[in-house]
Structures are given as structure tokens and as C-alpha cells.
Design a protein around this ligand. Structure first.
Ligand code: PA5
Length: 464
């Protein structure tokens, strides 16, 4: 494992009365063993299919790489259509591993098509997309685990229709790549009938745990990302997360510390990477943490209303907007800093510049400055008694990103096991999906529509 996890600042020894005592970790040995075995003993079973996603054979990886290249060679733009777990994995990895201004690079410097992930149905956004892509040379990857999600199917219908009009039916079929549950769902049936290239998602891999399945691997292969290294990193992290000793298992340890903090009223989990490339990794974390742990009932049916609200923050940018609150506000947060030891570029602040302003910075690098600011913020929040821990990445590359993604998945699974909840369902999301079907007039949802229509608004509470 290349990542390091420093949880000193979660402990009483560093932050005083709001910290966790060493004895609290030791005394919970039975809870650690139970959470560990619930996740690790069920590896690959039920909704834990995600633990197996990095285990592709070299031949399977080579097949994906070859497919990716075949699309890359033809496409001017590559557009992912998906939402939630079918979008945030691709977005976070593209942001971390492609050039930060990939789409703006001149064509001779860009080794892959322009890439867009359309994870919303704002009509202005969809119409804006048409202004920046040449649909005739654009390839689309429709990703939906269920094959039923209104947003994604709506986008698919619009774009397939447009493709057929512009390049004819036969070519349009070739431009549509579908990733969905093997043999299941409305989109699978359509894809087979229309003759699209279909990539399967195994049954036991849920949306927010699917980034290392074909959900992520197909788009990553198209964009030329090193999927073999990504999976290698994920496998190394899996091995670390299968260590039974909590002091050696990063995901088990931080899950326990987070759950203990949550039960102590620290209901907010801030994810603060100090690297622009990891900005959307915080979005990935926010989804997996919120959707997996925000649950009304536990596994015994008891009403619990658990959850820790995730918040995303970017170092150093948000030092100038949110850190005041983190330092001096309530003791209701756990902050996770992500630091990068070696950036992909070094930018020097010239020592010979005649301007007086900022003379203390001269001769340093932005690399030194961002690292100093991360450590300084960590120092300040620790001094204020605020719980925080740091994940240190030696550099951001396919291998370390694979480790980080796998860590987030294991940390979430262990946290859910400690809380004794169903980590892998999302009844709160499903309710909204059904209400949407009803409002849009889908057959079979008449009762839901009646329920929706029975809700009356009091005009007295509406200000015009
Ligand atoms: O994590 C989840 O299960 C959800 O966020 C889903 O990914 C999201 O609702 C999209 O669902 P689907 O992939 O079925 O279109």
C-alpha cells in the first residue's frame, strides 16, 4: 500500500477532551471483530460484489484496453451519460488522472477525445453540450446499473435520436455503448435489440460501489487511463483492508473512529483534499458516505436515523471560506485532509523578481507553499481541539487513485457494519425515483401519483 493514514489528531493525546482515548479502541475489540468479519467474510457475496471488481485477469484487462483504443482512435468527443454512482466514479478518476484542462488542450497535445460526463438533466446543459461536440464523431457511453433511471434514459433517447438523424441508423448503433446489469432491465433489452455494444455490471455491485467495474473501466480505457495500475492499487488496498488487526487496517480504523465520533455528535464529515485533481474525489466520497450511511432503521428494524453529513472542501481554496468555521465553530465535525507529497509539476516563485510584495515567498515553490498551508491548517484545527486525520498520497497516479477508491469503499462498508445498518440499499433514493415515474405518467405508478396528488400546500405559507 502506497497511501499513509495518520489518525493522531483524532486522539485525546492531540486534541484533548474532544478526542478519542486509546482505551476506547482497545475496549471495542469485539465490535472490531464483528465489523471486520461482516465485511471480509462476506467478500464477493450479496451486495459485496464490489470487493471482487479489481480481480480482472490480464486477458480481461487487455480486452478492455483494446476496446478503449478502438473508440479513442475514432472519437472527437466521448460523452458519459449516467447519474449518481454511474457518474461520480468516472468524474473523480478523470479529474484525478487526466490533464486538469484536458478538453482545452490543443489537439496535438491531447491524447484522447474531449470528455464530458452528463450527470444532470438541466435542459440548458444538454443544449450547451451540442454547441461543443460534433455529434457525428462523438461516442456515448450510457451507464445505468438498473437500466431504469429516468434521467439517464431520457438523455439516451435524445442522443440516440439525434445520432440516427445525423449519421444514419447503422452508424448511430455503433456510437452507443451501454453499461448496465447483465441480462436485466429496460436498457439491456433495448441495447440487445438495437445491437449496441454492451458491457455488463455484475448483480452484486451497487452504483456507488461500481467504479472499478465496467462502469468505470470502460470510460477509463477509452480515455487511455492505465486501468491495470488502477486495479493493482485497488487490490493492494483490498489486501490492507483484509488485515484483521485494526491498528494495521486503515479502513477499519478510520471507520471506527468516524462512527465513534458520529455517536459523540460529530455529525459532519469534511473531505478536504489539497490537490485540484482530487476535488471531485471529495464528491465521490460524499456520495458513498451519505447514501450508504444515511439510514432510518438498523438491521434489527430499530429506528436510528444514522448518518454523518459529508461536506466537501478544497485546500487551499476553502481555507479562505470554510476553515474559520472548522477552527472556531462547533465540535461537530471530523475533517479528513488528503495531502500529496509529490505533485506532477513543480512551479517556482522567482527569487530574482524585483517586486517587493510577497518577498518572503521568493525562491520557494507553489509545491512548498501548498504543503506548508496543509500542515498549517492541520496544526490550527488540531490546536482548536477539532478531530481530523490525514491521508497522505505519495503522488496522484493510477495506482494511488485505485488505492484511494478502494479505501473509501471499505471504510464505508466497515462503518455500516459498525452501525449495523444496510450499507448497500438506498430506500430514500428509490422513493424519489418512483415519485418521478408517477409524475411523468409512467404506467403502473397510478397509486403513487394519487399519493402525490393528495399532498396539499397551504397557500398561506407561500410568499409571492
Ligand atoms: O449508488 C446508487 O445506487 C445510486 O446513486 C445510483 O448509482 C443512481 O441512482 C443511478 O442509478 P442507475 O445506475 O441504476 O442509473
Amino acid at each position: 500500500m502506497k497511501l499513509k493514514f495518520d489518525y493522531n489528531n483524532m486522539m485525546e493525546s492531540a486534541i484533548g477532551e474532544h478526542g478519542i482515548k486509546q482505551s476506547q479502541i482497545a475496549e471495542a475489540a469485539a465490535a472490531h471483530a464483528a465489523a471486520f468479519s461482516q465485511v471480509v467474510d462476506n467478500s464477493g457475496k450479496g451486495w459485496q460484489g464490489w470487493t471482487e471488481t479489481p480481480m480482472l485477469t490480464a486477458a480481461q484487462v487487455a480486452e478492455l484496453v483494446a476496446f478503449g483504443k478502438s473508440v479513442r482512435d475514432k472519437a472527437s468527443s466521448f460523452v458519459v451519460l449516467g447519474i449518481g454512482g454511474s457518474a461520480l466514479g468516472p468524474i473523480s478518476v478523470f479529474n484525478a488522472l487526466l490533464h486538469l484542462h484536458h478538453n482545452e488542450l490543443p489537439q496535438n497535445m491531447r491524447k484522447a477525445p474531449k470528455v464530458y460526463v452528463e450527470d444532470n438533466i438541466d435542459p440548458e446543459r444538454m443544449s450547451a453540450l451540442f454547441d461543443v461536440i460534433d455529434i457525428k464523431t462523438t461516442y456515448f457511453n450510457v451507464i445505468t446499473k438498473s437500466g431504469e433511471t429516468s434521467e439517464t434514459l431520457g438523455q439516451f433517447l435524445i442522443l440516440y435520436n439525434m445520432l440516427k438523424k445525423q449519421i444514419g441508423e447503422a452508424a448511430a448503433k455503433e456510437h452507443m455503448i451501454v453499461t448496465t446489469t447483465d441480462g436485466k432491465g429496460a436498457l439491456y433489452a433495448t441495447a440487445v435489440k438495437e445491437g449496441f455494444k454492451v458491457f455488463g455490471i455484475p448483480q452484486g455491485v451497487g452504483g456507488r460501489f461500481s467504479v472499478l467495474s465496467n462502469v468505470g473501466l470502460v470510460p477509463f480505457a477509452v480515455m487511455g487511463i492505465d486501468i491495470a495500475k488502477l486495479l493493482e492499487g485497488a487490490r493492494n488496498m483490498r489486501a490492507a483492508c483484509e488485515r484483521a488487526d485494526i491498528t494495521k487496517n486503515p479502513a477499519l480504523m478510520t471507520a471506527f473512529l468516524q462512527v465513534l465520533s458520529m455517536k459523540d455528535g460529530k455529525n459532519i464529515s469534511v473531505m478536504m483534499p489539497y490537490a485540484d485533481g482530487l476535488k471531485t474525489m471529495a464528491d465521490f466520497y460524499c456520495q458513498i458516505w451519505a447514501e450508504s450511511l444515511g439510514k432510518a432503521v438498523d438491521n434489527s428494524g430499530k429506528t436510528v436515523h444514522y448518518g454523518q453529513t459529508p461536506a466537501k472542501s478544497l485546500g487551499v481554496t476553502d481555507q479562505h471560506s470554510q476553515v474559520q468555521l472548522y477552527n472556531e465553530g462547533p465540535f461537530d465535525k471530523v475533517i479528513t485532509f488528503i495531502g500529496v507529497e509529490n505533485f506532477g509539476a513543480t512551479v517556482e516563485i522567482p527569487a530574482d523578481e524585483s517586486a517587493e510584495a510577497g518577498s518572503f515567498l521568493k525562491g520557494h515553490t507553489l509545491n512548498e507553499l501548498i504543503t506548508a498551508e496543509r500542515k498549517a491548517t492541520e496544526f490550527a484545527v488540531t490546536k482548536s481541539g477539532k478531530s481530523n486525520f490525514t491521508i497522505l498520497m505519495p503522488e496522484v497516479n493510477a495506482e494511488t487513485v485505485g488505492e484511494l477508491l478502494m479505501y473509501f469503499m471499505y471504510e464505508t462498508a466497515f462503518a455500516g457494519a459498525y452501525l449495523n445498518i444496510d450499507t448497500f440499499n438506498q430506500p430514500g433514493v428509490e422513493e424519489g425515483k418512483k415519485a418521478t415515474f408517477a409524475m411523468i405518467g409512467r404506467a403502473g405508478y397510478e397509486q403513487k401519483l394519487a399519493e402525490l396528488q393528495s399532498v396539499k400546500k397551504n397557500p398561506a405559507y407561500i410568499i409571492k
